[in-house]
Structures are given as structure tokens and as C-alpha cells.
Design a protein around this ligand. Structure first.
Ligand code: TTP
Ligand code: MG
Length: 376
């Protein structure tokens, strides 16, 4: 492996110049909101999510993290790790309202705000609306205002691209600020385990480990042809990221990517007729939300999660937007028919409309929009 070949548009990277990017991410977001609104919970290990036998944590307070509790962990596991764990159900309306509050704060400094979910966003402050000039100063002001106006803490990362800013915001959590300055990015990325790279999930990290790639430094030892052979479309991103380079621009107004509903079932089911009934209810709920938000989308995705948490999805994209509930319904059921009969019973059913062509400002994401028991 050598680093001779490089992605074709390397020169564009150099030509693009440095930008000032901030990534802001609220700390233990849902759990912090619950502790804010119920002071008796402050300082205690708490989780937000279903407490029943099939519940899953959406998140948990830092006090609970000391016991090993984590987002997406089954509630039963979390309770074993932390017997005193206190559960609260999620209150999405409150989280959405806080999300709007922080969005309004960001917009005071720059119009270039790209929300990634209810609690995090990228800001491009290369030019800022108040003429402050310093991204670090802006990040400090934003964190102070979030605390003053919402009573919650946020962590921020400041750097010259999105990849590094996001890594930085995670570096000194909670209530932290980290700056990766020009010239420091490559070294920072190379010192990290690859699983910390945005876009590399546990399976990706495992595959890399199999190839002897554990850290960013190991990635830089791979040439682009090798990476393309193993990682296809992701190769150029990885090649650059390991060098602290990321060409992606902050794109404003990308809050809403999909409208979807997921339901965790009381009992695992495998019968086609029972699943059709569940799907019919999900279609009703989702279509109401699609209409309420004025969304128009072209892709319908059905998701089924099995009892062992393995997942199956089927999607269909139309040349134009789904025009009616009847059409949405027909596609949803056709997707279900494609996977029947099922090899194993399912615990969760979800249906999503995506490839939206609206730029609605509601700030909902798939996570925030989930209903019933939580999806993860
Ligand atoms: P995160 O920012 O990933 O987590 P967090 O804010 O709870 O904690 P951290 O301090 O590490 O940033 O997600 C934001 C919210 O999104 C989180 O509070 C709950 C929700 N969420 C889920 O519903 N399911 C999930 O699997 C994750 C990761 C988050
Ligand atoms: Mg967060």
C-alpha cells in the first residue's frame, strides 16, 4: 500500500480555501431537557425511552453513562447496568421547541446553518452576520446563549471543515469546546480510531480492522485504488478525511429529510395479515403527518426489525412525488408483499417517505418523528 494515487479533484480542495465551521451538539439532549424540567432528576442517572421489557433508550444522562448505559441500548440491559436508573418517556414536542430555540440563536450569527438532527447543526461562519470574525468567539457566545436561553448545555467543535468540526464537538463533551486549527487536522484525524470517523459504523470499523486499518494513520497508508476496491463510493471521503480534508459545504435548510413512523410491537409477529394491520395504522399516522407538514416525497421505505435486531428494508422511488394517500398505501403494501412470507418474526415496523422536495423549517428528523416505543 502506498499513497501515490490521489482523488482526481485534490486541486479543487486546495483551491477551495479554508472555511470557518462550527459544529454544535447538545449534551445528553433529551435527558438534559427532562432534568431541566424536573429538578428532582438533576444529578441522577436517568434514561429517556420505554421502560417496559421491549423498551430502548433514546439517550441517558451523563450520570447514567458512568454505569455504561448508552443510546439505543435495550432498557433491560441498561437497568442491569444501573439498577437505580430512572426512566422518563420522551416528549418530542418539547425537544422540537428547544431545537427551534437553538436554531434561532445560530441564525443570529450566520444564515448558513445545516441541522443534522434536533440537537446538532453545522454552521459556516467564514463570514458572520455580526462581524465578529472569530469562529472560536462565536462558538463561545453561542454556547453561553444556549445556556442562558434554554437552561441546557451544548458542546461545540470549531475547525476548517465539517469532518473536523464534528470530531471536535465530541472531544470535550459535555459542556466543552474544542478547536482544531488549520495545520492540526491531519494529525488529529490520524490519531483517532476509525470508528470515530463520521460515516463509519461498527460494521465498517470491523471490516477495516480485518484489513489492518485501526486508525486514521493506518488509512493514510492505503492508496486510493486500494480504498476504492474495498470501500467503493466511500473511498474518496476516507482518503481525504484521514488527511483532515473534507470538501463538503454547509448546506442550509436540510433539516427535514424524511417523514416516517415506526412502531415497536408489543409482541413479535410474523403473520402477513397481522403485519398488514400494523402497516395500515402506520400509513394512517404517517400520511396525516405528511399532509400536516406539506411534504412531498418520491421514495417510500419499509423497514422491519427482527427479534434479533437485524433489519430488513425495501424501498421504491417514483419519478414524481407520491400524490395521494391511496398511492402511498399501495406502495407501502406492495413493499410488504415483497418480503412476505417472513423468515423470522418482526419486532418493529416503520414506513418513511423521503427524497422530499420541500424545505420545511420544522426541524423534524426521523429520530424526532418516531412514535410509540422508540425505534432503536
Ligand atoms: P446525540 O447527540 O447522539 O446524543 P445526546 O445528545 O443524547 O448525547 P451527547 O451528549 O453524546 O451528544 O442524540 C441527540 C438526541 O437524539 C438524543 O438525546 C436522543 C436522540 N437519539 C435517539 O432517539 N436514538 C439514538 O440512537 C440516538 C443516538 C439519539
Ligand atoms: Mg447531542
Amino acid at each position: 500500500m502506498s499513497a501515490t494515487a490521489s482523488p482526481a479533484d485534490d486541486s479543487a480542495e486546495e483551491a477551495s480555501g479554508l472555511r470557518k465551521i462550527i459544529h454544535v451538539d447538545m449534551d445528553a439532549f433529551y435527558a438534559s431537557v427532562e432534568q431541566r424540567d424536573e429538578p428532582a432528576l438533576r444529578g441522577l442517572p436517568i434514561a429517556v425511552g420505554g421502560s417496559g421489557p421491549r423498551g430502548v433508550l433514546t439517550t441517558c444522562s451523563y450520570e447514567a453513562r458512568k454505569f455504561g448505559c448508552r443510546s439505543a441500548m435495550p432498557s433491560a440491559t441498561a437497568r442491569r447496568l444501573c439498577p437505580g436508573l430512572i426512566f422518563r418517556p420522551p416528549r418530542f414536542a418539547v425537544y422540537t421547541q428547544v431545537s427551534h430555540q437553538i436554531r434561532d440563536i445560530f441564525l443570529d450569527y450566520t444564515p448558513h446553518v445545516e441541522p443534522l438532527s434536533l440537537d446538532e447543526a453545522f454552521l459556516d461562519v467564514t463570514e458572520d452576520l455580526k462581524g465578529i470574525g472569530s469562529a472560536v468567539r462565536i462558538a463561545e457566545l453561542i454556547r453561553a446563549r444556549i445556556k442562558a436561553e434554554t437552561g441546557l448545555t451544548a458542546s461545540a467543535g470549531v475547525s476548517y471543515n465539517k469532518f473536523l468540526a464534528k470530531l471536535a464537538s465530541d472531544q470535550h463533551k459535555p459542556d466543552g469546546l474544542c478547536v482544531i486549527r488549520p495545520g492540526e487536522g491531519a494529525q488529529f484525524a490520524q490519531g483517532l480510531p476509525v470508528r470515530r470517523f463520521f460515516g463509519i459504523g461498527p460494521r465498517g470499523a470491523e471490516k477495516m480492522a480485518g484489513l489492518g486499518i485501526e486508525t486514521g494513520a493506518d488509512l493514510t497508508a492505503c492508496d486510493i485504488a486500494f480504498l476504492r476496491g474495498h470501500f467503493g463510493a466511500q473511498a474518496d471521503y476516507l482518503y481525504r478525511a484521514a488527511r483532515g480534508i473534507d470538501l463538503r459545504r454547509v448546506k442550509a435548510g436540510r433539516a427535514r429529510k424524511s417523514v416516517g413512523t415506526e412502531r415497536t410491537l408489543d409482541k413479535d409477529i410474523s403473520s402477513g395479515s397481522a403485519l398488514r394491520k400494523v402497516l395500515a395504522r402506520i400509513i394512517e399516522l404517517t400520511w396525516t403527518r405528511i399532509e400536516k407538514s406539506g411534504s412531498h416525497g418520491r421514495t417510500v421505505t419499509l423497514k422491519l426489525k427482527h427479534g434479533d435486531f437485524s433489519q430488513l428494508t425495501r424501498a421504491r422511488s417514483l419519478p414524481s412525488t407520491v400524490a395521494s394517500k391511496a398511492e402511498f398505501e399501495a406502495i407501502g403494501h406492495a413493499l410488504l408483499d415483497e418480503v412476505l412470507p417472513l423468515a423470522q418474526p418482526v419486532r418493529l415496523v416503520g414506513l418513511t417517505l423521503s427524497a422530499l422536495d420541500d424545505e420545511s423549517e420544522q426541524g423534524l428528523t426521523q429520530i424526532g418523528a418516531s412514535q410509540g416505543s422508540l425505534p432503536f
